[in-house]
Design a protein around this ligand. Structure first.
Ligand SMILES: [Zn+2]
Length: 109
């Protein structure tokens, strides 16, 4: 982990910060004395990355958007709009490619 501001490696854990669905590790930089949140490529997302990965996994399997929405709502309690799924597919196209490679054909849910 490096400081988001000065790139220093002298950073310490400084507790967790809770948002709606996500708890993120908060860090403090010992050099510039600033606080920052761990960066994992999912900044600004309201949903946990597990939720995004699972949604995209269903997307890669070729499920219709409304089925994905239903599944995620019934099994996970998340309401995710079809347009958001498409946004994620675009935004995380690298992840989608990885999932496509791993996906086995003819597997049901
Ligand atoms: Zn710093």
């Amino acid at each position: 982990m490096r400081c988001s501001f000065c790139n220093s490696e002298r950073v310490v854990r400084a507790g967790k910060r809770k948002r709606k669905y996500v708890t993120k590790q908060q860090w403090r930089c010992l050099d510039c004395k600033r606080w920052f949140i761990e960066h994992d490529g999912f900044e600004g997302m309201t949903y946990q990355k597990e939720v995004i990965s699972e949604t995209l996994r269903l997307y890669v399997k070729g499920l219709p958007l409304n089925k994905i929405t239903n599944f995620m709502y019934q099994h996970r309690g998340y309401k995710i709009y079809g347009s958001r799924i498409l946004d994620w597919a675009k935004k995380y196209s690298e992840l989608v490619k990885k999932l496509e490679k791993r996906a086995k054909p003819n597997r049901n849910l």
